[in-house]
Design a protein around this ligand. Structure first.
Ligand code: DQA
Length: 152
């Protein structure tokens, strides 16, 4: 199973940015945790981070034809206003899970809206880096169930 994990703007600054909100683990630690969990689940994972909306959109579009079977995405602040990212996600019909490290619902009002969540299958919020590991488990089960339904 081939999964793409995408991180949007400023997530490369984990451990540096607002540690009280996002914790003290850095981005490399996050990537290590994702790789370890993927290995445990026998999944192949590609991790991408970009501060640029266009790069994220290009990568989502590439997923349409490169065999990617699921996308886990933390769009960072783009979550709250990027209709372009939302449209890109909507155009690729594979399982998608949105992840947020912090509990966006306990934070500023503008973070309560996600324009990308409605085009994803599920959302994990506020569980720290564990959210990515849970998303890997969830997407594996989700993909298996979808395949089973298709075969019936
Ligand atoms: C975030 C929440 C967003 O509101 C914020 O802009 C981020 C990180 C999170 O993972 O909690 O960059 O997506």
């Amino acid at each position: 199973m081939k999964i793409l994990v995408m991180n949007g703007p400023n997530l490369n600054f984990l451990g540096i940015r607002e540690p009280g909100v996002y914790g003290t683990d850095n981005y490399e630690t996050l990537c290590e945790r994702i790789r370890t969990k993927a290995l445990e689940l026998d999944m192949s994972v590609e991790i991408v981070q970009s501060n640029s909306e266009g790069t994220l959109i290009d990568r989502i579009q590439a997923a349409y034809s490169d065999g990617t079977e699921g996308i886990i995405i933390n769009p960072g602040a783009y979550t709250h206003y990027s209709y372009a990212l939302r449209d890109a996600l909507a155009s690729v019909s594979i399982p998608k899970i949105e992840v947020h490290i912090s509990n966006v619902h306990q934070r500023e009002e503008f973070r309560h809206t996600s324009v990308t969540a409605p085009v994803c299958d599920g959302q994990i919020v506020g569980l720290g880096l564990l959210g990515y590991e849970l998303a890997l488990e969830a997407i594996q089960t989700f993909c298996r169930n979808t395949k089973m339904k298709d075969e019936m």
